[in-house]
Design a protein around this ligand. Sequence first.
Ligand SMILES: CC(C)(COP(=O)(O)OP(=O)(O)OC[C@H]1O[C@@H](n2cnc3c(N)ncnc32)[C@H](O)[C@@H]1OP(=O)(O)O)[C@@H](O)C(=O)NCCC(=O)NCCS
Length: 395
Amino acid sequence: MAIRRISSEERLTTSFPLQSYAFERSPANAAATQETRQYLPYNEGNVTLVAEESDTVVAAASAIPMRQNIRGTVFPMAGIAGVATHPLARRQGHVRRLLTQLLGEMRDEGHAATALYPFRPSFYERFGYVGFPKPRTVTFSPADLNHFLRLDLPGEVTWQRIKDGYDTYRDFIHRSLAERHGFAAFPDYRAARQRDSDEEWLVMAVVDGETVGAVTYRIEDHAGDLLAGDLLTTGPVGRALLLQFFARHVDQVARVTTTVSANESPELWATDFAAHTEAKISFPGSSAPMARILSMEALHGIAAGPGRVTIEVVDDPFIAGTYLLNGEGGRLEVTAERAATPAATLTAAGISALVYGVLDPVEVALRGFGAVPDAAATALRGIFPPRTPRLFASF
Ligand SMILES: CC(C)(COP(=O)(O)OP(=O)(O)OC[C@H]1O[C@@H](n2cnc3c(N)ncnc32)[C@H](O)[C@@H]1OP(=O)(O)O)[C@@H](O)C(=O)NCCC(=O)NCCS
């Protein structure tokens, strides 16, 4: 098997057909095949590797050069997408080799982390990925937001089609990227697909000229559903302005559905608010994202709590080694320590779980991601306080 990085146009005859078979209605009709050409610009800067056997492409995997906030610092991050093997070539190790090479190339090009939406988490756990909490979808009747109609709020909302408000929305996405742990943003060429398809309305909450909230949505039908994307706000005023906007649809739609971070409590947004909040996990269709660290050295300088411990990362082609982690000054110091005796051993998934703040060190050991004695657990808990990462971008 040979692995090759392909160029933009080649996608039409190599990776796209495999992806189309794996993720779309199949077989594709002639019109759908024709349509795929229009997706080329949105893949332009992706790194796509294909595996070939006897000059036939049998598997493909792509990485989108994204950016992600990890504990307050923004890093280049590889968003993995379009992982697919021809049905006749599955279970022969093609994706194992393809993904290992792709992650190595992305790491060498400066990507400190990688994220994806797994068809099955156990598959990607073997590659060192760990699960993020799944964002919640909230469904409610606009009638339950009656209270917001009478609220005298500062600021205003703007309302336009996404193509018209796209630049301001993108500015707000970049601000969220700078401020929110776990948040990831697409490169411009990929993000532009949302503007060009122009299938959503955009509402933004603005106070004193500053954007404090934004949400995109579409209305399915009269007396039906208003389907909104992620409710992005900087705080309660931004959220109240957006909910007030939804409240004005009381005589138009029966339900509003939007997505919020896993640590939000929509039941506290209003009194008598009959919200249905859920995080439904099913495979392969509805998974929570996963992520992992690709470089320990890159983490030098991220925000950290007090603690000092030597760890060994084991069984990993990218970050295996022994490191002294020191968070005493409020910033993480990472020093490679060849000779030191580690106080804990961690797999790539284990250290990734701690860096992203999704598991306690004791859970890391219980999940099989390492051996963490009590003293090391205390130090690691101090260095990496729990956080709730919200990836935002879906791919
Ligand atoms: C999922 C898919 C990409 C796997 O590709 P593949 O080339 O068959 O995978 P590999 O043979 O390299 O398997 C790698 C490892 O994962 C294991 N594995 C394969 N499929 C798995 C599954 N469904 N669940 C858990 N483990 C799995 C293999 O046993 C192998 O383990 P090993 O190296 O220890 O033997 C392929 O089945 C596919 O195209 N499916 C449809 C599209 C899809 O779901 N893509 C993933 C989107 S996130």
